[in-house]
Design a protein around this ligand. Structure first.
Ligand SMILES: [Zn+2]
Length: 129
């Protein structure tokens, strides 16, 4: 799908931002809600620590605001413009979208956030593999 070595790969798959070798998340499925935000301490491949500092991921809330708006906007366009539902129904579809995609939005925001601070490192990725 997306090539390893691009930030987009890490953002969409939740892979380690430095080596793209394995998932940061303990459970790959975001819909196991008790595991949605659980990530490993560090990458077992390149030893990158994911939490740069305590409460590092609080910053991802700012990102999730933007990501949430993108999802809400998409939901609105699909229901109001394409399906031609009423305004009220469109807003209900926005709320449902935000709830249904909530876990994905949270993870996407975290992935974007950590990729703002870490870049893919070819040397790290090659090591041991
Ligand atoms: Zn790694």
């Amino acid at each position: 799908m997306f090539k390893k070595g691009t930030s987009l790969y890490s953002i969409l798959t939740g892979a380690c931002p430095k080596c793209h070798y394995e998932s940061m998340y303990i459970n790959k499925n975001p819909y196991v809600l008790r595991d949605t935000l659980k990530i490993h301490d560090h990458c077992s491949h390149c030893k990158t620590k994911y939490r740069l500092e305590p409460s590092f991921f609080y910053g991802s809330m700012y990102v999730s605001y933007g990501v949430g708006i993108a999802f809400a906007f998409a939901a609105f366009v699909i229901s109001y413009l394409f399906l031609e539902t009423s305004l009220k129904t469109s807003f209900i579809s926005i709320i449902i979208t935000l709830i249904v995609f909530g876990p994905i939005i949270m993870r996407l925001s975290r992935n974007i956030w950590i990729n703002l601070f870490m870049k893919y490192d070819k040397a790290l990725a090659k090591e041991q593999s």
